[in-house]
Design a protein around this ligand. Sequence first.
Ligand code: SF4
Ligand code: SF4
Length: 88
Amino acid sequence: MMSLISLLDILKTVWHIYKAFRQASIILQGGEIVAHTITDDCTNCAACEDSCPVNSISEQGDKRVIDADTCIDCGACVDTCPVNAIHA
Ligand code: SF4
Ligand code: SF4
């Protein structure tokens, strides 16, 4: 019987493949992948950090920030923010 951890690993892999295709599609259509950013409204609650599949969110001073070099623009963090501080 497949364990829950194996199932989560499979879902994570499928998620990454989907994102890779999405990024390729954006680039092929002449678009640009733009990292999400966190505004000064951030209350540093940390709710967004676990939602990021590529660990792009970290604490800096009294708020969270997104590393533009590693953010894949998936948008997963946006809905986790209670004060709507994350934008594309
Ligand atoms: S948009 Fe996706 S990759 Fe970028 S910081 Fe948010 S969760 Fe991470
Ligand atoms: S969820 Fe929103 S308020 Fe909380 S740390 Fe992330 S950006 Fe800041």
